[in-house]
Design a protein around this ligand. Structure first.
Ligand code: G3H
Ligand code: 13P
Ligand code: ZN
Length: 332
């Protein structure tokens, strides 16, 4: 059993309370490899932004759970080396799908876990989320639970259509589970294809897809039921069209990839939405930079020569999100 406190990590409690009071949101960036982690920490340190490092079940399988935990511990030290005296870094399990997985992460030194019972029946979701919260709280680890279903792929949970969170359920759910934050469904979804072209309109000038707005009325109704309660938005990548264009220009194929417009996320960040999850945008930046090097320098075979530019582009992306979208700069 390792306590996250020994690793220099923090849980989300104070971070979320401050974010709600201050009208900004904490970035929750997924990582699977060293370059992503370096870029996240550099961006957070240079902007003095609190940050949540997210590890999915897939990331644990890809990179090894123990190694990821030590990488997060190393990230705290790296942040200090970059001049960030008291780094505000959370290590969070993203989309935990069982009590055992959540417990394993708590025992390994995570400071926050998500239990995603959103595909279960309401009462089963409550029972599982409560079991995780009861265990995690013994170690002062904070717990995110989810109510409502996002469209797209939630790790191995497939949801064809989204089912918005029902505001009439949120008080009962949060009280009975004891969760510290609530992930909701208001129209975001995972991946780089958040909307089908038929759900969008087209900008006549650019020909680009314009997605439908998020259901802010549902968010408002949830906030009315749970004033000041921390709300989480998953599936919040914007799918920057410059990266999609770069990928397509350098031999990729991402037709009609579309995300959540940044003005909608800016609006959400000012509300009780205090954690915004971004993964796909980082994947797009990484892929765009690597593809460019492969096409422009076909003789290159040193991974540092293409992972380095990928890391630089991701750092730029993370800083942009922190400063221009979430407003979490200079809050740590
Ligand atoms: O919400 C899902 C995250 O983007 C993690 O995705 O399961 O492919 O690591 P992953
Ligand atoms: P995106 O696919 O929009 O980046 O969402 C990531 C996410 O919600 C991770 O839990
Ligand atoms: Zn998610």
């Amino acid at each position: 059993m390792v306590s996250y406190k020994e690793l220099g990590l923090v849980n989300t409690r104070d971070m979320f309370a401050k974010a709600i009071r201050g009208g900004y949101a904490i970035p929750a960036f997924n990582f699977n490899n060293m370059e992503q982690l370096q870029a996240i920490i550099k961006a957070a340190a240079e902007t003095k932004s609190p940050v949540i490092l997210q590890v999915s079940k897939g990331a644990r399988n890809y990179a090894n759970a123990t190694l990821l935990r030590y990488m997060a511990q190393g990230a705290v030290e790296y942040a200090k080396e970059l001049g960030w005296e008291k780094p505000q870094i959370v290590l969070h399990l993203d989309h935990g799908d069982s009590f055992e997985l959540c417990k394993d992460c708590v025992d390994l030194g995570f400071s926050s876990v998500m239990i995603d019972g959103s595909a279960l029946h309401y009462e089963e979701n409550i029972a599982l989320s409560k079991k995780v919260a009861d265990y995690a709280h013994q170690y002062d680890v904070t717990v995110e639970a989810e109510l409502g279903v996002l469209a797209g792929v939630e790790d191995e949970v497939q949801a064809e259509e989204s089912h918005y969170t029902r505001p009439e359920e949120v008080i009962d759910f949060s009280k009975r589970t004891g969760c510290d934050s609530l992930a909701i469904s208001i129209g975001t979804s995972h991946g780089a294809y958040k909307f089908k072209p038929e759900q969008c309109t087209r900008d006549p000038k650019t020909g680009r897809l314009v997605p439908p707005p998020l259901a802010f009325d549902v968010l408002d109704a949830i906030m009315e039921q749970l004033p000041g309660f921390p709300i989480v938005l998953h599936g919040s990548s914007s799918v920057p069209q410059e990266y999609v264009d770069m990928i397509n220009q350098y031999g990729g194929k991402l037709p009609d990839a579309v995300g959540i417009p940044e003005d909608q996320l800016r609006k959400a960040a000012k509300s009780a939405v205090c954690k915004i999850n971004i993964d796909s945008d980082s994947r797009l930046a990484f892929t765009a930079a690597v593809r460019k090097v492969f096409v422009e320098k076909p003789g290159e075979f040193d991974p540092r020569k293409y992972c380095g530019p990928a890391r630089d582009l991701m750092t730029e992306l993370y800083k942009h999100k922190i400063i221009n979208v979430l407003g979490s700069d200079n809050k740590a």
